[in-house]
Design a protein around this ligand. Structure first.
Ligand code: 0WD
Length: 263
C-alpha cells in the first residue's frame, strides 16, 4: 500500500548519514506519499543530508536544537516555504562518549546537562519553535530506547534522559491534544549507527537481542520507518501519549534463554 500520506508534509530531524534511523524513516514516509523536509545539524553532515533531500524531492534546512536562534530560523523557513507541517520526527540524541561506559555516578554535571538538553529538552524546544507551523491533527514522534525504563549496562545517562524524553511525550500529548495533535515515542531496538556505536560493547547488545528477542532478529531503520508511517497516518488517529516498541519483542522478555550449545 502506498499513498497513505499523500498531501502530508513531514519534517524529519536527525539524518547524519545513510545508516541513521531518520534516513529509514524519511525514506518510508516518502514512499507512502509524504513531502519531506530534512534538517542537518551543521556543515559536517550538510552534503549527505542535502543529497538525501534531492533523492526524496524534498528540502533541507540547517537546525541545531541547542540554539533557540537556529530553531527560530528553521520555523521561519518552514513557514515561508511549506506553509505547514503534518508530521514532525525527533530523531536526535547526544551524550558524551565518556558517559556511555563505566559507572553512571561518574557522570559530570556538565555531561548530564548536555545529554538532557540535546536528547530530552530539544523535543520541547522543537515543538515550541514549530507550534504555529504544525497543522491541527499533526503527528509528532520521538525516538527512544528501552534503556529508559530498564537497566542496560553502559547506556547510563542516555537511559536517564530517554526517561525524561518519554515523559515529555506524554505531557506534550496532553498539551496538544486539544488541537488533535498526537505525540508518541518509538522505542527502537539497537541498530548500528554513528551514535549507537559510541556505547561501550554495542556489538554485544546487537548479538544478545538477536538471540533472545521473540522474533530472533535485530531491527532495521526501515522497520522503524514503517511504524513511523503508521503513526503519521490516519490509521493511528486515536493513538497518542504512548511508547511503541519496534524491537522484535525484546522488551517483553522477563528471562533470557541459555545460549545454544555449540557442542
Ligand atoms: O540503536 C540505536 N541506534 C537506537 C537509537 C535505538 C533506539 C533509539 N535510538 C535513537 C537515538 O537515541 C536518537 O534519538 O534514535 C535517534 C537517532 O539515532 P541514530 O539514528 O542511531 O543516530 P545518528 O545516525 O548518529 O543520528 C543522530 C543525530 C546526530 O548524528 P551525529 O552522528 O552527527 O551525532 O542526531 C543529530 C545528529 O545529526 N543531532 C543533532 N541535531 C540537531 N541539533 C544535534 C543537535 N544539537 N545533536 C545531535
Amino acid at each position: 500500500m502506498t499513498g497513505l500520506l499523500e498531501g502530508k508534509i513531514a519534517l524529519v530531524t536527525g539524518v547524519a548519514n545513510r545508516w541513521s534511523i531518520a534516513t529509514g524513516i524519511a525514506r518510508e514516509l516518502h514512499r507512502h506519499g509524504a513531502g519531506i523536509v530534512l534538517t542537518y545539524q551543521g556543515e559536517r553532515v550538510q552534503a549527505e543530508v542535502e543529497k538525501l533531500a534531492r533523492e526524496l524531492d524534498g528540502r533541507a534546512y540547517p537546525c541545531d536544537v541547542a540554539s533557540d536562534e537556529s530553531l527560530a530560523t528553521l520555523a521561519a523557513s518552514v513557514q515561508a516555504d511549506c506553509g505547514r507541517l503534518d508530521v514532525l520526527v525527533h530523531s536526535i540524541a547526544f551524550v558524551n562518549k565518556e558517559d556511555l561506559a563505566g559507572k553512571v555516578y561518574t557522570t559530570t554535571r556538565a555531561g548530564f546537562a548536555t545529554a538532557a538538553d540535546i536528547s530530552s529538552y530539544s523535543l520541547i524546544a522543537l515543538t515550541h519553535a514549530l507550534i504555529d507551523v504544525l497543522a491541527d491533527g499533526a503527528s509528532i514522534m520521538a525516538l527512544t530506547y528501552f534503556g529508559s525504563t530498564s537497566i542496560v549496562p553502559n547506556y547510563n545517562v542516555a537511559g536517564i534522559v530517554k526517561a525524561a524524553l518519554e515523559s515529555t511525550v506524554r505531557y506534550l500529548a496532553y498539551d496538544l491534544g486539544e488541537r488533535g495533535i498526537r505525540v508518541n515515542a518509538i522505542s527502537a531496538g539497537p541498530i548500528s549507527t554513528a551514535s549507537s556505536r559510541q556505547v561501550k560493547d554495542f556489538r554485544k547488545m546487537l548479538d544478545k537481542v538477536a538471540a533472545a528477542a521473540p522474533l530472533r532478529r535485530n531491527v532495521t531503520p526501515e522497520d522503524v520507518g514503517r511504524t513511523a508511517v503508521y503513526l503519521a497516518s490516519p490509521l493511528s488517529a486515536a493513538v497518542t501519549a504512548d511508547v511503541h516498541y519496534v524491537d522484535a519483542g525484546y522488551h517483553a522478555m522477563g528471562m533470557y534463554p541459555e545460549p545454544a550449545s555449540t557442542t
